[in-house]
Design a protein around this ligand. Sequence first.
Ligand SMILES: [Zn+2]
Ligand SMILES: [Zn+2]
Length: 737
Amino acid sequence: VREEAERYASVAVPVPVRREFTYTLGAELPDRPSLGSRVRVPFGARKVVGTIVGWEESPPEIAAKPIESVLPGGPVLDPAMLSLTKFVADYYLCSWGEAIEAALPPRGAATPRARREARRLAGARSDSLPGRAVAMRRALEAIPADGSGVAVHALTPAERRKIPALVGLGLVEVVEGIDRATPVLPERAGTPIEARPGPAPSAAQAAVLETLLPAVREGAYRAFLLYGATGSGKTEVYLRAAAECLRAGRSVLYLVPEIGLTPLLVSRIAERFSGTLAVLHSGLGRTERARTWDAVRRGERRFVVGARSAVFAPLTELGLVVVDEEQDGSYKQDERPRYHGRDVAVVRAREAGAVVLLGSATPSLESFQHARSGRYTLLALGGRFEERPLAKVRIVDMRKEYREVGEVRPLSREMIRALRECLGEEGQALVLRNRRGWAPSLYCPSCGNRISCTRCSLALTWHRSAGLLRCHACGLERPHPGACPTCHHDELREIGAGTEKVEDSLREALPGARIERMDRDTVRGRGAHEALLRRFDRGEIDVLVGTQMIAKGHDFPNVTLVGVLTADQSLGLPDFRAGERTFQLLTQVAGRAGRGSRPGRVVIQAFDPAHPILRDAASQDYETFFDREIAYRRVLRYPPLSALVQIVVEDERDARAATWAASIAAALRAEEQGRLLLTGPSPAPIERLRGRYRHQILVRSAGRMRLVGAVDRALRAVEGAVPRTAIVVDVDPTSVL
Ligand SMILES: [Zn+2]
Ligand SMILES: [Zn+2]
């Protein structure tokens, strides 16, 4: 037995226990593995794969078991990534093993069906087809002429049907299993950094770049907030900074909220930086993802685009981190580890000595506050204001409408008028209703009963086309009861209108118009979302109605009208971010109007038209909104003016959850010494979810690390008394429902 074999490895294991475990190296391991190596170890009765995170000279108190084997391929995490995952574990109160697991490509994930792509062969032109082959010409025209290809299921069914014939004529080829957005070939020597240079920057972009580019060249940590209205050209600033960083020999990390919702952006980046780009996203198959990840780790790809988890991409020599739409809620992971991708990105940039560039048209209060305090440098991009006037916004008072019309209809007379005018002028319209289904709830007028989920304290939504009532929180489905389950009254009333009903009302109000709906019910399949966007882009749809999906990042120059229904509904939620989120959504969707040469128009329907948030959104006045909202957060001591941790205790039995929550609160009070502000324990706004009762404690403090430390100690103090699985801890929660 060699001397090394006597040594002890500290191994991080992916279990929700906040400590590492000690194992001996064993005699049969040939060499001492490097830190960051993956090892198979016995853990209780099972075997798990963990990561070596440290060495211990002295033996542990309990006899340590030997490491069974070291996984081939060398260490998967370098010291910088070990340190970043340790930060995630300490700050978000998960185990180091869980944080590492979140940082690595998922193992055992199902491989989605191969992506088939149709490409035009050289010289294939639609005018070479006979004039009567209209459908075939259309199908060919749907495939880019530059040979870049299109996913087969992004085509319409009619186009898809013509593909075999086009292949037969030698005009098109179909390639299996290649994701256009994911170049995985290694970078070839001599490949230019930018395969295709971008457009010349506008004056506003040039002014911003004058500050930004020297910082990128300098190669030290600095944080910037790029604040510019929708359509002001933030993307071009990101891409120019990225090119500069790559030219300086360093790598680029570019985060976007949801890669599936931004297919057009990804293909734009892919065209320009094809030589060195890697796209990491959850839609990739396991093999594809692992290959891409390895290419990044080996340094063959130095530009990574991806959603939240790409913040852990194994880039070395990081020089620039871009976080696009930094305010977006999807950067926060809603399961363990509950990290915030934007905040981890800032920490990663600081550790790496890189520039971090957060961008938004409606910055989070956190980021704008940092810009005001000087922690971030504010870069304002006013481009759109210079060239085109902002869309005209009208707020329709729905209480008045109801009084005058005598019944509640989803579309006001003014909305219908605006839609008809828009279509009459050959424009296109987007209609936002941020609630899917036919009716958000069913109500019994006889006994007052509301049809609720049996597992959650929430109303069931009536989905008429599916013929089902659905719980949007837990997914429970049941048939329409016909009569009230309590009093058997047989005329249940539909309350409110979801996207399905709005679609129906639109068809009635606009006969002959081509109307489509985009929400989670209509874009279930892979590629369905992209297909719908492409059809809208090609002008094959006049009115697109949908949930917040339609508000994100699309640029449709022919949209001259945006309608918003029940704009103030989300303001009533018992969540301190309700106002911020409503403002962001309204501003984003309003920004979709008038992006081409024709002016845009926005019509907002609300029951409380005088609400200040609606007025700020209508005038697209971020700073007035910020000043009022930050004053409110200051008074109530909510983030960003204090740090917040949400603790939810869940159990099938209400009384037991309450008791456990009380003991956690007691442990926190023992910790606080007057420095923590405790709210609760009390039933959470959503009192019951998936059959479990929920009790909530909100803990706030001015000092972030002090708060996290105190919560950590309090939770350790109740270990054994409160089961770990009953506690959900969320540091910096984005929602407290
Ligand atoms: Zn009833
Ligand atoms: Zn439910």
